[in-house]
Design a protein around this ligand. Structure first.
Ligand code: B4P
Length: 190
């Protein structure tokens, strides 16, 4: 199955995706990680996007779309992907459907992690001490949350229409969220 995990920055998408990928033998496609790798390796693309990411804005739909097609077209990952942080905008959601159709796949489940701004800022500031990510500071975290609020609504509506969306309370502990998500996946597998 292909799963989308959606939610504000610092909601725990990466944390939960790792768990789902290992439990259900899926491949985690984190657009945030892919983009940070480009920056770390100082590629032409990395140089172009570093200031955008570090200002709390989204990288262009075109750039991220090009990155994910390589993954979707890979036969090894056929119907085995957890999309972590993609889509984030309506054009990205439409692009994802088109790409999956092109490679004879579809989305089976969209999980939305629901978390308040206060909680995500707290988590991001805690993560800052461990990971030293360039975009993890109070001002950028607030900006990232605002960016999410602006772009997320049309994506949520899009998936509500196709009845794929399940909302998960992201305020509880990591293991409680693991359990809730597992229940939704098992129910979806039927
Ligand atoms: P991401 O990499 O996707 O965002 P993130 O902040 O890492 O969120 P995530 O939800 O994965 O948080 P985590 O599990 O680490 O994006 C970063 C940037 O990349 C974006 O701002 C944008 O510029 C760019 N980008 C990415 N995708 C893009 C796209 N499709 N289009 C355009 N631009 C794109 O959890 C956070 C912390 O909380 C961790 O330290 C974790 O240990 C902790 N935590 C998690 N769950 C918890 C819980 N239940 N309780 C307590 N702590 C918890």
């Amino acid at each position: 199955m292909n799963i989308v995990i959606f939610g504000p920055p610092g909601a725990g998408k990466g944390t939960q995706s790792k768990f789902i990928a290992s439990k259900y033998n899926l491949h985690q496609l984190s657009t945030g990680d892919l983009l940070r790798n480009e920056i770390k390796n100082k590629t032409e693309l990395g140089i172009k996007i570093s200031s955008i990411m570090n200002s709390g804005e989204l990288v262009s739909d075109e750039i991220v779309g090009n990155l994910i097609e390589k993954f979707i077209s890979n036969r090894d990952y056929h119907n085995k992907i957890i999309f972590d942080g993609y889509p984030r905008t309506l054009p990205q959601a439409q692009n994802l459907d088109n790409l999956l159709k092109k490679y004879n796949q579809k989305i089976d489940l969209v999980l939305k992690l629901s978390v308040s701004q206060e909680t995500v800022i707290k988590r991001i500031l805690e993560r800052k001490n461990q990971e030293k990510r360039a975009d993890d500071n109070q001002d950028i975290a607030v900006k990232r949350y605002q960016t999410y609020e602006k772009s997320s609504e049309p994506v949520i509506d899009y998936y509500k229409r196709s009845d794929l969306l399940k909302v998960v309370n992201g305020e509880t502990s990591i293991s409680e969220i693991n359990i809730e998500i597992s229940g939704l996946i098992e129910a979806n597998k039927g």
